[in-house]
Design a protein around this ligand. Structure first.
Ligand code: NAG
Length: 226
């Protein structure tokens, strides 16, 4: 019995230590500038909370992921997002879902989710997917061809992409480990920022002629979701 008590207190001690060393909760929006006057505050951890007594099933419901997104843009892909902005009940729960449609040769261009790991399943068609590890890991490319029912994981923050190399449409669904994962589309963020980044920065960074950077900065950059 004494031994059990000793074990219990060890477990409690371990728990207490882990609580004491817990870090801040991860942000669920890009930034949250502190204000002194609560009247001018807009968001607390992304959203305000509803009185739980007034919550109902519709707060946890979304209908429409059976509908394909329009893939007629130059990228040939479309991401339909279902996050805390579509399902308010997702607030603070750390999860969301998307449907991604790809026309033949459609591309979901290299992008990252600053706040989420993504797990993707192919529902229809085929998909070439990949992510690149960080500098510390020598920027290794991890790539696969996925068929129906295949699942692939894109770890949080890493640059990743998907392309449909098949002759018919591809449909995938992906769950993300944030109520608001965020998206940074690399080419658009680097060459299509508002205002544009000084070309000297990009000329040196990409080791190309200034005309190349001028050309890229003049393009009209699109993304397929936000
Ligand atoms: C994605 O598809 C939806 C539904 O068809 C459409 O309203 C939206 O404009 C499309 N987005 C892009 C970026 O093509």
């Amino acid at each position: 019995m004494k031994g059990v008590h000793f074990l219990m207190s060890l477990v409690l001690l371990a728990l207490a230590t882990s609580f004491a060393s817990a870090s801040d909760p991860d942000p669920v929006q890009d930034f949250c500038v502190a204000v002194d006057d609560p009247k001018s505050a807009l968001f607390v951890n992304g959203k305000f909370c509803k009185d739980p007594k007034h919550a109902n099933a519709d707060d946890f419901f979304f209908s429409g992921l059976n509908k394909p997104g329009d893939t007629s843009s130059q990228l040939g892909s479309n991401v339909t997002t279902v996050n805390v902005n579509q399902i308010p009940g997702l607030n603070t729960l750390g999860i969301s879902i998307v449907r991604i449609d790809y026309a033949p040769y459609g591309l979901n261009p290299p992008h990252t989710h600053p706040r989420a790991t993504e797990i993707l399943v192919v529902a229809e068609g085929t998909l070439e997917v990949g992510f690149v590890s960080s500098n510390q890991d020598n920027n290794r490319l991890f790539t696969k061809i996925l068929n129906e029912g295949d699942v692939f994981v894109f770890p949080v923050g890493l640059i990743h992409f998907q392309i449909n190399r098949g002759h018919k449409n591809t449909v995938a669904f992906a769950a993300l480990s944030s109520q608001n994962p965020g998206v940074i589309t690399i080419a658009k963020a680097v060459f299509g920022s508002d205002p544009r980044i000084n070309p000297d920065v990009l000329t040196k960074a990409f080791q190309v002629d200034k005309n190349v950077i001028d050309y890229l900065q003049k393009q009209f950059w699109v993304d397929n979701n936000n």
